[in-house]
Write a protein that binds this ligand. Structure first.
Ligand code: GUN
Length: 283
């Protein structure tokens, strides 16, 4: 068997053009969707991610306002800037790029963002609403994974979904989204005994650990949908996922590549959340 490729780049392109149409419609009604991004410090990866977000916004017709600050910025100053953006009705989404310098509390910052502008879906109220099945902003990578499954016709209902990785930003919320769609969900992590015996039961396998080649063919049930969230930079500069792609694609039913899989979906879902925020409605 050779797996069907889930082409995140192609799905992202289609969704972004649909979003651009929705933005045009909002603008014609006098609403210019806008996203404020706050970046503190000089981490090159963060600067590159933020440039990617800026470009994607621009292409979709979303106004992006980027506030760049030196790493000496004080926590109080950052919180005051968030307060100003919270009160500005022309700003629909607010994102503070992580990580932050050590002297700034990430929790304090995330909790300060207005719940209805929290397009990252990281605010504890949005996390709680996700668990209780209420409308909320969903974190972008997990939401992107759900869209990829939907586009591929992989229906979670009744399936056994195994999530490897339990981060707050990806593993935990994607398991919750799968549960909300009636999958039976198992979480695995670094302390799990006999990982392969559990992952081999998965109809949907989500690899979200951040370790190159950690999921091999021995971890995969024939015909499973394998979603690779890992974006690992190799010594040769290339990107690699958590899954041994060449071997696993021979056994899986569906598989996402790296690059070109989950990655392009994350920014797309940020645009999606921003448009939803501009409409005053959470997905
Ligand atoms: N740093 C790396 N990824 C993300 C993200 O999705 N959102 C924010 N705010 N910071 C990040």
């Amino acid at each position: 068997m050779t797996a069907t490729l889930i082409n995140g780049k192609q799905i992202a392109t289609q969704l972004r053009s649909e979003l651009a149409e929705q933005v045009t419609e909002l603008v014609s009604k006098g609403v210019q969707p806008s996203l404020a991004v706050i970046l503190v410090g000089d981490d090159p990866a963060s600067h590159s991610y933020v440039r990617g977000k800026e470009k994607a916004c621009e292409k979709a017709g979303i106004l992006s306002i980027v506030k760049r600050h030196p790493s000496s910025l004080k926590e109080d100053e950052l919180l005051a800037e968030i307060d100003t953006l919270n009160e500005d009705s022309s700003v629909h989404g607010i994102l503070v790029q992580m990580p932050l310098p050590d002297h700034i509390s990430e929790n304090a910052v995330l909790e300060r963002i207005a719940v209805d502008k929290d397009v990252d879906g990281f605010h504890p109220v949005n996390a709680g609403r996700l668990i209780t099945g209420k409308d909320s902003f969903k974190p972008c990578t997990p939401l992107g994974i759900m869209k990829m499954l939907e586009f591929s016709g992989v229906e979670p209902k009744g399936k056994h979904a195994v999530v490897v990785g339990r981060s707050h930003l990806v593993g935990k919320p994607v398991g919750q989204l799968l549960l909300n769609q009636d999958a039976t969900v198992t979480y695995c992590h670094s302390k799990t005994n006999d990982l392969a015996s559990i992952t081999r039961q998965a109809d949907i396998l989500i690899a979200a650990v951040g370790r190159v080649n950690m999921i091999g063919v021995e971890h995969v049930k024939p015909g499973a949908a394998v979603i690779d969230v890992g974006i690992n930079r190799l010594d040769n500069g290339k990107l690699s996922g958590d899954v041994q792609f060449d071997e696993v694609q021979e056994r899986a039913g569906w598989i996402t590549p790296v690059p070109g899989g989950v990655g392009p979906m994350t920014i797309t879902m940020l645009l999606y959340n921003t448009v939803a925020a501009a409409r005053g409605k959470m997905s």
